[in-house]
Ligand binder design. Structure first.
Ligand SMILES: [Zn+2]
Ligand SMILES: [Zn+2]
Length: 307
């Protein structure tokens, strides 16, 4: 499980930062990519990575500002040319389907794959055996959402080699042992399944926020995240501006990560006013509150290991 930042800028594209786009790479988990927001030029950014558009299975759009959606019709169209035949499900606020379908219709674009839309509302918007995605409404003037992606816990594997070494042959008994049950063998030996099941692993949690003002409920929503991705359009001294423009500061994002007891904070949606040196200063500001903070740059790849 990895995050790859495709665009980390705010509002308009800059030479060193494209507008919003973020890939959650679930290649080992489900051979798929989930894309979060798709600002203009996202498909050009993807060309500079090893991401294959046909592997994009789901697209989550936080809100309908142009810097988060102007790249979507183009990406969908190119995916069709590049041999994408698998359906895509797009999760976004009301109005997104109209925007996408109108763009495709006006440009007479026919996709070679089915497109399905799910309109966002608060609560669980997707759940299967592997992952649950939950949504929270943020504070951004227009409807903007955060996404909490939670992986299901991995059960411990049955230590088959250990069983074979003890001369316990495969059979229905393996199922009982895997559930941790105690079993008496035909030769009278008592076997405790718990001794033959490997460690279980806690599922990972990634919380990705759309553009927003600081809201106190964000930390609860992002509780225990392995990684939080939060916007940081303004520096710590610009809380008034951040409030006026419905955005957040470094300190506000870091406060959320701290209160959520997250493991790592990635700051994104960085204004073009901040060049490399100034961006470093933003990082330092956030680290005063939450030490494991990193300012995302375009093409940064963050591995998300099991804890
Ligand atoms: Zn934005
Ligand atoms: Zn916005």
């Amino acid at each position: 499980m990895e995050l790859e930042f495709l665009g980390t800028g705010a509002g308009v594209p800059a030479k060193h930062r494209n507008v919003s786009g973020l890939a959650l790479k679930l290649l080992d988990e489900r051979n798929a990519i989930w894309l979060f927001d798709c600002g203009e030029g996202t498909q050009m950014q993807i060309l500079r990575t090893n991401i294959k558009p046909r592997k994009i299975e789901k697209i989550f759009i936080s809100h309908l500002h142009g810097d988060h959606i102007f790249g979507l019709p183009g990406l969908l169209s190119s995916r069709s040319f590049q041999g994408g035949e698998e359906p895509i499900i797009i999760y976004g606020p009301a109005g997104l389907e109209n925007y996408v379908r109108t763009s495709l219709q006006v440009t007479k674009t026919r996709l070679a794959y089915p497109l399905q839309f799910v309109e966002l509302s608060e609560g669980i918007i997707f759940k299967d055996k592997q992952f649950t995605v939950e949504c929270m409404l943020l504070d951004h003037g227009i409807d903007s959402y955060g996404f909490r992606v939670k992986e299901a816990d991995h059960e411990g594997m049955l230590l088959v080699e250990k069983l074979v070494a003890l001369g316990i042959p495969a059979g229905p008994i393996y199922g009982k042992l895997k559930q941790g049950q105690k079993v008496t063998l035909s030769d009278g030996r008592e076997i405790n399944g718990q001794d033959f099941v490997g460690e279980s692993k806690k599922g990972r949690i990634v919380t990705i926020f759309g553009d927003t003002r600081f809201t106190s409920k964000s930390s609860e929503f992002a509780k225990d995240s392995d990684v939080i991705v939060h916007e940081s359009t303004f520096n710590k001294n610009e809380a008034k501006l951040a409030r006026a423009y419905f955005h957040s500061t470094t300190h506000q994002a870091a406060t959320i990560a701290k209160e959520a007891k997250a493991k790592k904070l990635m700051l994104t949606h960085i204004s073009a006013r901040y060049l490399a040196k100034e961006a470093k200063e933003l990082e330092e500001e956030a680290r005063d509150i939450f030490p494991n903070t990193q300012i995302a740059k375009d093409f940064d790849i963050i591995d998300i290991p099991f804890s």
